[in-house]
Design a protein around this ligand. Structure first.
Ligand code: NIG
Ligand code: FE
Length: 420
């Protein structure tokens, strides 16, 4: 089994102590930094972490003279692999023409209602084979890795027929098995009402609940169930029925909540016991309070506000209310075509006033909580996966002081170099 030790990082950013509960309030600023820190890994797991002296002692006592790969991180920072807890990763085609439509004044929902938007990606995804979806998504995953992202969530929702939803989720499963990145799947049959059900949305909801969910569960294709709770898409009442039905199949609820219109998606997330409510640009004070009380993670997606030229979510109010905040790209072909999680962090910092420390908590341990992976990943602690980034920056504040810069020098996934 390969043994690797990373020596003497300027700042070893551990994020320790929050594997059970996400970080809230001031704890979001406590990064558990070890100065001049070292990290030892073996068999894909972290086996020692601490000061240079502590880790050297561990090596002498446990590894003796065995073969060890030594990596010098002097002058650099080392941190847990980033986690992106909200993407629509698997799709075919692109929608560059919609950007000009929006620049000319068309709104995102108008484009969707006219059969474009999600429905355009649905037509392209239906026409693609499972193999083609795997191939297209593979390069997106590679770009995520170059950003330091080692775990990503992926939603279905561009199939919108039984077979095409299964095809998308099977493609995600193949990627989870073959690509070094971890891919965690969410069933989102309720992403839009497909054109052929335009006149009878209830019949589509029936299809989602009675045909799709049992198959998704039987094939073990998803852990979570998400719904686009939005004006003109799925109402709060319809979303609740869909999420409650998902729970019966063991699918944990997530909600696309209060993205464009303030509908009460945040309140719904708290009511159904969702692990996260995402977007939240228009979340109400009551919704934020309800999320804090229910412990729902807010997954904020500032790339979408940026790209749709919309007001940003109220991150400061959420943090003040005690809501655990996570960040994500929302990578998708319509409202956020990017894999640059580091740019998302810049947007969160400058446009939502999250501090450089808070954005790191939001892209590591809190993001892990948003997809139920906090016991495995999201912090550098003994026993956890050796998912590690080395960045060529002397301290973490540099990441937000600069913008649009990729500081990643190397990435390890399960103790193996995947970017070097
Ligand atoms: O999270 N809001 C709904 N779904 C995606 C966008 C999907 C698309 O436009 O293709 C989102 O923004
Ligand atoms: Fe989304």
């Amino acid at each position: 089994m390969k043994k690797i030790v990373i020596h003497q990082a300027n700042q070893m950013i551990t994020m320790r102590g929050a594997s059970e509960q996400p970080k809230i309030g001031e704890a979001m600023s406590d990064l558990g930094i070890i100065e001049n820190g070292s990290l030892a890994m073996e068999g894909g797991k972290i086996v020692a972490i601490g000061t240079k002296e502590e880790v050297e002692r561990f090596i002498v006592q446990n590894w003796g003279n065995e073969d060890v790969e030594e990596v010098n991180a002097l002058g650099k920072i080392v941190l847990p692999g980033f986690i992106d807890p909200h993407t629509h990763l698997v799709f075919a085609g692109s929608r560059e023409y919609e950007l000009e439509m929006r620049l000319n004044g068309a709104s995102y929902l108008e484009i969707l209602q006219a059969g474009g938007g999600i429905l355009a990606s649905t037509r392209m995804t239906r026409a693609a084979s499972e193999a083609a979806l795997v191939e297209d998504t593979w390069s997106r995953l590679n770009r995520f890795l170059l950003q330091g992202v080692t775990t990503v969530e992926a939603k279905s929702g561009y199939g919108l027929t039984l077979e095409d939803e299964l095809k998308q989720l099977r493609a995600a499963k193949q990627l989870a098995q073959k690509h070094p990145l971890d891919v965690v799947s969410t069933f989102m049959g309720a992403h839009a009402v497909p054109t052929e059900y335009k006149e009878d949305p209830e019949a589509y909801i029936k299809l989602v609940i009675e045909e799709m969910m049992p198959k998704v569960a039987a094939e073990n294709l998803a852990e979570f169930c998400d719904v686009f709770c939005e004006a003109g898409v799925f109402s709060v009442e319809q979303s609740e029925r869909i999420l409650e039905a998902g729970k019966k199949h063991g699918l944990i609820p997530k909600v696309h909540a209060d993205e464009i219109k303030p509908l009460g998606g945040a309140e719904l997330a708290a009511k159904v016991g969702a692990v996260s409510a995402d977007h939240l640009l228009q979340a109400s004070d009551e919704g934020i309070q309800a999320m804090a009380e229910a412990g729902v993670v807010a997954v904020l997606l500032p790339g979408t506000a940026f790209y749709l030229m919309a007001p940003y979510a109220r991150a400061r109010d959420m943090i003040a209310a005690g809501v655990p905040v996570a960040l994500s790209t929302d990578r998708n072909p319509g409202s956020s075509p990017t894999e640059s999680l580091q740019l998302i962090m810049n947007l969160a910092c400058l446009n939502m006033k999250m501090t450089p420390a808070e954005v790191l908590t939001a892209t590591t341990i809190n993001a892990a909580h948003a997809i139920g992976r906090a016991k495995e990943v999201g912090s550098l602690e003994v026993g956890k996966a050796a998912d590690v980034i080395i960045m060529d920056a002397p301290n973490y504040a540099m990441l937000q002081y600069n913008f649009g810069t990729n500081f990643v020098e190397s990435v390890l996934k399960n103790g193996e170099f995947v970017v070097k």
